[in-house]
Design a protein around this ligand. Structure first.
Ligand code: PEP
Length: 253
């Protein structure tokens, strides 16, 4: 995957406090200070801590993203965070359609497509998350489900250069479970997704970054990221532990 720059992104989920975040980001800054020029590294703290992250990563190559965004801009949308607020805080990336958003907060393929569009319009890089459940894998529906989830965002992504977005394949059965997809399982799906991008008429399918997510740790990152169509990882639990996250980033170098 020589054409594609690896990306390792931490999703902190709803974790963190000012003191803990400072300690973690300070360790990451030190640990990632040299030897990581060939990859992109990013963290996605909870929204209230994006301003703190912006200050703490200043002067380093670490960038930061949000975990969600509103479909709306300003106005009477209590509790929501808009794309304009995120860009105001220097946010570069935004997760869209994480499986927890889909399963716990009712986000549909349509919501995900709309949020992807809103992110792109603001100049944020959406990291669009898709993945099958264990049940869907068992019944042999993995590709049907992934095709449906990908096709929902293709009308929005199709007009964009590959640098404008990232896809993340996160099998739901591997998220937070300690069950990681094997490198072969990940590669099979990543190839399927890239082929589908290409067969849909998307000209830059070979340049599009597709991350793997689901119980990535320092111990398994290297073999996952070595797969030809795996361009890095989206990391939940292990991104809260500095040495683990640094070890995962090493797996992408
Ligand atoms: C995630 O939340 O995107 C994720 C992959 O979580 P974990 O690494 O904890 O499985």
């Amino acid at each position: 995957n020589g054409k594609r720059r690896p990306l390792v992104m931490g999703n902190w989920k709803m974790n963190g406090r000012l003191a803990r975040n400072e300690a973690l980001l300070t360790e990451l800054k030190a640990g990632l200070a040299s030897g990581f020029d060939a990859i992109d590294v990013a963290v996605c703290p909870p929204a209230p801590y994006l301003g703190q992250a912006s200050k703490l990563v200043a002067g380093s190559a670490i960038t930061y993203g949000a975990q969600n965004l509103s479909t709306e801009q300003d106005g009477a949308y209590t509790g929501e965070v808009s794309s304009g607020m995120l860009t105001d805080l220097g946010v570069k990336w935004v997760l869209v359609g994480h499986s927890e958003r889909r399963s716990l907060y009712g986000e549909t393929d349509e919501t995900v497509a709309k949020k992807t569009q809103v992110a792109l319009e603001a100049g944020l890089i959406p990291v669009v998350c898709i993945g099958e459940t264990l049940e869907e894998r068992k019944t042999g529906d993995t590709e049907v489900v992934l095709a449906r989830q990908l096709d929902a965002v293709l009308p929005v992504l199709g007009s964009q250069p590959a640098s404008a977005f990232v896809l993340a394949y996160e099998p739901v059965w591997a998220i937070g479970t300690g069950l990681t997809a094997t490198p072969e399982q990940a590669q099979e799906v990543h190839r399927f997704l890239r082929d589908r991008l290409a067969s849909s008429g998307y000209a830059q399918a070979q340049e599009a970054r597709i991350l793997y997510g689901g119980s990535v740790k320092a111990a398994n990152a290297g073999e996952l990221f070595a797969q030809p169509d795996v361009d890095g990882g989206l990391v939940g639990g292990a991104s809260l532990v500095a040495n683990e996250f640094i070890g995962i980033a090493k797996g992408a170098v």
